[in-house]
Design a protein around this ligand. Structure first.
Ligand SMILES: [Fe+2]
Length: 432
């Protein structure tokens, strides 16, 4: 018989290393160690021709060893499946063995009997050995193999006598020791996996909290930006009413264009419509409200409101697309706009909509330096600049949507641009 092989009960040679390799593979696959431990017990019982085989595992939270599985005609009685920390076997393997005896990392009944015959042993040690024999009698075992992890006793492999009554051989004991170590590793791996899962769950919870906080912070910042935008509009124009009306006109135009407005896309477009001129907060009032035409230098300053707006919105990390709308809202369809001179479809559709709605608003609004013009005039102006300054499709979509709305609602607001307050575009008209 080779050192790594033995015969099973049917006389076939057991390839210990092969078995151990299979078990090692199972350890990697199995996340519930009980399944592996049961597999090992089943294997030992079937192949090794023992009266029984059992595995006990230490329960960290309850501080005792409990039964995982037991097979065989003389398996461990269920009422004995819990061994506390003071059980003779647990104490023997846990607290180190007597210095009077050679170091043994297993206990066999045959070995204990040999020690008992040694007249040089102390009485105290012999009492301890008698306690071990009594415990092994109760458990019906001939061999006890401990499983450790970092010197902590994690489990016990308890084996009954061989049916042919032959003593356990050294290779067999070595094989069982490796099995016991595998069981310990499986238990530890599963515990580690479980603790990782719990840690992941905890981290996910914290990430959600951080995300909530970040969202609240962003919402607060957005509200501040909205207030700033409102202030800019209040300084710049006063007959068109609330900026919410411009927002709704832009959304109506997008719908008329047949754009698919998901909740997110609608939110982006709304923010773009509201915030596109927020950078004007950084433009001096004497330029912003100058009654006469701006000179070259003043225009240069006025145009900086685009980049100022983009910078103001930078803390809103979720607003990348909104910043793009803001960045491009003075680009022109034919490429003659600023800051980059992009053209046509290169300009985000949100910016093309903002551009038309913003121009319409500028025409019909009364400002400190100019009276608002009728809606019909604004339509003419938009059409005159269609294809050069504005996207023709957006111009026509906005005119169609607003005309239909005004007919439906009998709304004369845009025909009376000097009216400070008037009926707004009904919210339900764009909420559908
Ligand atoms: Fe602007």
């Amino acid at each position: 018989m080779s050192k790594a092989k033995s015969e099973n009960k049917s006389g076939a040679v057991i390839d210990y290393q092969g078995v151990l390799r299979d078990i090692a593979k199972s350890m990697v696959r199995l996340r519930r160690p009980e399944r592996l431990l049961r597999m090992i017990i089943k294997y030992i019982h079937q192949e090794m021709n023992l009266s029984h085989a059992s595995i006990l595992v230490f329960q960290e939270n309850q501080k005792y060893f409990s039964f995982v599985d037991s097979k065989g005609s003389r398996k461990i009685p269920p009422q004995l499946v819990k061994l506390d920390m003071d059980h003779p076997l647990a104490k023997w393997f846990q607290r180190g063995q007597s210095k009077e005896l050679p170091s043994m990392d297993y206990l066999s009944r045959a070995q204990i009997s040999r020690w008992m015959g040694d007249s040089a042993l102390s009485r105290r040690l012999k009492d301890q050995l008698r306690g071990l024999i009594a415990a092994m009698d109760i458990l019906n075992i001939d061999l006890a193999i401990p499983g450790y992890y970092k010197r902590a006793l994690l489990g016990l492999l308890l084996l009954g006598e061989k049916r042919d009554q032959a003593p356990f051989t050294d290779p067999e004991i070595a094989f069982f020791q490796v099995l016991a170590q595998d069981c310990s590793m499986a238990v530890k791996t599963a515990e580690y996996h479980q603790s990782l899962l719990e840690r992941n769950r905890e981290l996910s919870g914290r990430l959600e909290q951080i995300e909530d906080m970040r969202q609240k912070e962003q919402d607060t910042y957005y509200q501040i930006m909205r207030s700033l935008a409102q202030e800019v509009w209040a300084k710049d124009a006063y007959t068109f009413g609330h900026i919410g009306q411009v927002e709704r006109l832009g959304i109506m135009t997008a719908r008329e264009l047949g754009l698919e407005l998901t909740e997110k896309k609608r939110a982006v477009l709304s923010a773009g419509l509201i915030l596109h001129d927020v950078g004007k907060i950084g433009i001096p009032d004497h330029i912003l409200n100058k009654p006469s035409s701006l000179d070259k230098e003043e225009w240069k300053i006025m145009r900086t409101h685009v980049e100022k707006g983009v910078r103001i919105l930078e803390p809103l990390t979720a607003f990348k697309e909104v910043r793009e709308i803001v960045r491009c809202h003075h680009e022109q369809y034919d490429g003659s706009g600023y800051p980059r001179g992009i053209r046509g479809d290169q300009i985000p559709i949100g910016s093309r909509i903002v551009s038309v709605v913003d121009a319409f608003h500028a025409i019909v609004s009364t400002r400190c330096y100019s009276k608002g013009r009728p809606v019909a005039f604004a339509f003419e102006e938009l059409r005159r600049c269609s294809g050069t300054q504005f996207d023709p499709e957006v111009v026509e979509a906005m005119i169609r949507a607003l005309t239909r709305e005004m007919k439906k609602r009998g709304n004369t607001f845009f025909e009376s641009p000097h009216q400070a307050e008037g009926p707004s575009i009904p919210e339900e008209s764009v909420a559908s």
